[in-house]
Design a protein. Structure first.
Length: 408
């Protein structure tokens, strides 16, 4: 943890006094984290928990799936570095003003790393508090938020995030605009949808204290295929071919189990009924997390519950489609028009009511009309006097009034 404290000007309004109190509290929090004894490390052992092989082992045989390393799933968490942080550290583009004119945040690239610095007083003479960018969360397609480790092995969200669409730094979701705060904890359930795994420190009462050495960044192969150590060992003992029973192939699972493998992250937080990262593909999802279906008259959020939206679609109800009908998780998929091929596997261009007016050109893009972008209420950033909510493609496939529905 890095902290720098300067000297504020002698005369400030009452608002500055309140902010100074906030800085003292934040500094006290930082000092407490620094002084806490480091949690005991477990004895040295294998690189991963029993049963797991790791992505490198998987890709040593399955080189054809190496494109997965460039997907949003794999890039959803990474070490903080110049190439992984989407926001700019250039002078003028690296400052976030808050609702309080006495508090600004500055993004700093230093020789020893990248930092978010709260500046009290609104100028260079004010007191400061800094924390390091340690982990990048988000591929950058929509945006990113950032995490830091305390000296006590606790993981926290940094107060400033980056949104891609407006190309700007802004207040992180979950933080109050204008408040000096670095203390939002990151839980295992949160990380479960942005990492391969992480182990809590045994016996710790803190929900955000983890064994840092166990952190596997990015959604790993075994999150969808299950533990692969036995499968990899059999593959290494050639010419024997590993049995299909030693690894999970999601396409061979029943439809409900296939969807459950995605629902663990794409159907909302739910109520955990087992420890994070304990779900095994093909097993009952409700034994890990209880996700109740939304009421029929409710409107699931386009980001918060994509599975429920898909299941409301006539396409889903009248077919045997699953998420993988349209999605190939091993490849980057950025071109919305490319999904038309999946649509035209069941539908014809001629069946569209717009065909008399637009003709065969409709085949180029079914998705923008039938799965438009809509504003998510599940992720909201409030900063600099305005709020920002990303637009996410709805998974409720249906006929919308007009393409303008994309504006929600």
């Amino acid at each position: 943890m890095t902290r720098r404290t300067g000297q504020a000007r002698a005369v400030r309004p009452a608002k500055l006094a309140a902010l100074a109190a906030s800085l003292l509290l934040a500094a006290a929090f930082a000092a407490t984290a620094q002084q806490a004894p480091a949690p005991p490390r477990p004895p040295a052992g294998p690189a991963g928990p029993a049963g797991f092989a790791g992505d490198a082992s998987c890709l040593s045989c399955h080189q054809g799936q190496s494109s997965y390393l460039t997907t949003a799933h794999h890039l959803t968490s990474r070490p903080a570095a110049r190439e992984s942080i989407a926001g700019s550290f250039a002078e003028g583009a690296n400052v976030v003003h808050t609702a309080n004119p006495e508090l600004v945040y500055r993004m700093e690239a230093r020789k020893d790393g990248f930092f978010q610095t709260a500046v009290l007083g609104g100028d260079e003479s004010g007191a400061t508090l800094s924390e390091r960018f340690d982990v990048v969360i988000g591929s950058g397609r929509k945006g990113q938020t950032y995490l830091y480790w305390s000296a006590a092995g606790e993981l926290f969200q940094l107060p400033i995030s980056y949104w891609t669409e407006p190309a700007r730094w802004t207040n992180s979701p979950g933080y109050e605009d204008g408040e000096l705060n670095f203390s939002r904890p990151i839980t295992g359930r949160c990380l479960e949808c942005h990492a391969g795994r992480i182990d809590p420190v045994p016996g710790s009462k803190a929900v955000n204290r983890f064994d840092r050495a166990s952190f596997v960044l990015g959604i790993s192969c075994e999150r969808c295929h299950g533990p692969g150590a036995e499968h990899a060992a059999l593959a290494a003992a050639r010419p024997a071919k590993p049995s299909a029973a030693t690894i999970v192939n999601p396409k061979r699972l029943p439809r409900g189990a296939q969807v459950d493998g995605c629902a663990i992250c794409h159907a909302g937080l739910g109520v955990p009924t087992a420890p994070p990262f304990s779900f095994v593909p093909g097993k009952r999802l409700d034994a890990h997390v209880r996700i109740d279906p939304p009421p029929a008259d409710a409107s699931p959020d386009v980001h918060g519950n994509q599975v429920a939206l898909l299941q409301r679609s006539r396409c889903y109800q009248a077919s045997s489609m699953t998420c993988s009908t349209c999605h190939d998780v091993h490849k980057p998929q950025r071109d919305a028009a490319a999904f038309s091929k999946a649509c035209l596997g069941c539908h014809t261009v001629e069946s569209c009511k717009l065909f008399p007016h637009k003709g065969a050109s409709l085949a180029a893009n079914c998705v923008d009309c039938h799965m438009p972008l809509m504003t998510s209420n599940a992720i909201v950033s409030v900063g600099e006097g305005r709020s920002f909510q990303p637009r996410v493609r709805t998974h409720w496939i249906k006929a919308y009034p007009a393409p303008s529905a994309a504006k929600d």
